[in-house]
Structure formats: structure tokens, C-alpha cells
Design a protein around this ligand. Structure first.
Ligand code: KIV
Length: 294
């Protein structure tokens, strides 16, 4: 029979930097994240797809782990996130949750509702969200504004925390015509703002803003008092930042997006690179003005 103590020893805790011992850290929760938002304490989010990297990121101080459907591209080798299934999201969410549990991790765990899993009806969205929550997610993320507002309200009313996602929404890359900056024109910016306010009013507690102009992201951040904006390629003015883990470690199958910093460049190892990311988001040095999407 496998020795559980030996299995625990397989988690590379001994090699991790001396973060505060997990037992003394308090788990992140919606009220704690809201307090951080209100205080202006930047929220650090990173994608995670498996148990070991989730444990390393948690120990490095990453507060929110996103099981992003970007796993379709970085783990499965797909060209876009469109081909990711709900079952694949469940599988990776369970893996990340187990990694966090093994090390008594404290991160807030968000899982992406994949393409097609919430589009047909609010009931379909509820079923898909329940699958991910039962896999260990604390919150689900879905893309788009307008038609998603009712779905967000429906999920929130049923006790499911929701993170929205506006700007470049990769699940609609074919409709958008590519991975390009959104909200540039006055009209597009006004629509994005209107959608963001509606999502906040529907109860979304977080909002990822991907590849939108920094001024627009900063304005929205100041306006949305009950919904923390998390930027990716959206400048430094958001309430928090998120990156795809492979990108910030400088590994990938394609070109690194312009707004990414390779934190491995000056770090002796992955744990230290993640710590450097945490520190840089917290002290506002990431992103700097040269790192944006437009
Ligand atoms: O799927 C993902 O990793 C994401 C982030 C890029 C925000 O949605």
C-alpha cells in the first residue's frame, strides 16, 4: 500500500521559498477579497492547471488561482479556447483543488465556464457552474456582456460567486477577428462601460478586463466600487492583475503577448519567479507603462 507520508513528501514543499507557513495563513474569501479591493491592496491572480503548480503558486503568495480555459492552448495544444470541454475544465479544477488541499493552500479558486457551457440558457449555466463548484471551484468565470448579465444574476442569486470577463474575450475570437485590443473607439468604450456596470449590478464580484486601453480600464476601476477589476494587457490602473502562468514563466508554443513580463528571466527558479510576480503586482511595478496590449 502506498505510504501517505511518502506521497505528501512528493509535494516539493522543501524546495519552496519560505512563505508564511500555510497553517498560519487565512483562506481567501469573497469578504477578504472585497476588503482588499476597498483598501486598494492589489489582487494577484495567476492561472493554474495542475496540483503541483497550484501548490507552488499558493506558497508564493498568489491570492487567486484561475483554472483558465487557456489550458486548451497551453496544455492541450489547441489553436483557441473554443475546443475546451466542461469535462476537461472539471478535470483540471479537481487537480488544482487537490494540490491546494494537500498543502493547506489558501488561494481563492476560480474556474472558467468553457465555450458552449453557458450559452444556451441560464439553467445550462447553472448546471455547468455546479459541475465546476463541485470540482472545488469557489467562483466561476464567464465571458461577455449584455446577454450574460441575466445569467450572472441567476448564478449569484443561487450562491455561486461570479467573475465576468470583458474586452478581448478569447471564446469569441472568431467573431472578433483575432486577438486584438477592444474598446478603442468612443462607442466601443461606452458599450464596454455600460456592460461592466450591468455586470456589477447583477452581482459579479470580479471583472477580468483583457486587452483594453489603460485609460478605459482605470476609469472603470474607479467607477466599479463592488466589483474588482483584474487586468491583463489593460495597464496598471486595475484592482488586480492576472497572467497565464506559462507566459510569465517565458515558456509557450507561440509568441509571448506584448504585455507579458518574463519573470523567469531574473529568477533562479519557478517559485521565485512567482514570488517576483506577486511582489511586482503588489508594489505596482507590474505592469509598467511599456507593457500593454495596444
Ligand atoms: O483562460 C484564461 O487563462 C483567462 C485569462 C487570460 C484571464 O481567461
Amino acid at each position: 500500500m502506498a505510504n501517505p507520508a511518502a506521497a505528501d513528501a512528493a509535494i516539493p514543499y522543501g524546495t519552496l521559498p519560505p512563505a508564511s507557513p500555510p497553517a498560519t495563513r487565512k483562506p481567501l474569501s469573497l469578504p477578504r477579497l472585497a476588503d482588499m479591493h476597498a483598501r486598494g491592496d492589489k489582487i494577484v491572480m495567476l492561472t493554474a492547471y495542475d496540483a503541483t503548480f497550484a501548490a507552488v503558486a499558493d506558497a508564493a503568495g498568489v491570492e487567486c488561482l484561475l483554472v483558465g480555459d487557456s489550458l486548451g492552448m497551453v496544455c492541450q495544444g489547441l489553436n483557441s479556447t473554443v475546443g475546451v470541454s466542461l469535462d476537461t475544465m472539471r478535470h483540471h479544477t479537481e487537480s488544482v483543488e487537490r494540490g491546494l488541499r494537500r498543502v493547506q493552500g489558501t488561494a481563492w479558486l476560480i474556474a472558467d465556464l468553457p465555450f458552449g457551457s453557458y450559452h444556451a440558457s441560464r439553467e445550462q449555466a447553472l448546471h455547468s457552474a455546479a459541475v465546476l463548484m463541485q470540482a472545488g471551484a469557489h467562483m466561476v468565470k464567464l465571458e461577455g456582456g449584455g446577454w450574460t448579465t441575466d445569467t450572472v444574476r441567476f448564478l449569484v442569486e443561487r450562491g455561486i460567486p461570479v467573475c465576468a470577463h470583458l474586452g478581448l474575450t478569447p471564446q469569441t475570437v472568431h467573431a472578433l477577428g483575432g486577438y486584438r485590443v477592444q474598446g478603442r473607439s468612443g462607442e466601443a468604450a461606452a458599450l464596454l462601460k455600460q456592460q461592466a456596470h450591468a455586470l456589477q449590478d447583477a452581482g459579479a464580484a470580479m471583472l477580468v478586463l483583457e486587452m483594453v486601453p489603460a485609460t478605459l480600464a482605470a476609469e472603470l476601476t474607479a467607477e466599479l466600487k463592488h466589483c474588482a477589476t483584474i487586468g491583463i494587457g489593460a495597464g496598471r490602473g486595475t484592482a488586480g492583475q492576472v497572467l497565464v502562468m506559462h507566459d510569465m514563466l517565458g515558456v509557450g508554443l507561440g509568441k509571448l503577448p506584448k504585455f507579458v513580463r518574463n519573470f523567469m528571466a531574473d529568477a533562479p527558479g519557478i517559485a521565485e519567479a512567482m514570488q517576483a510576480y506577486v511582489c511586482a503586482v503588489k508594489d505596482g511595478s507590474f505592469p509598467d507603462d511599456s507593457l500593454h496590449a495596444w
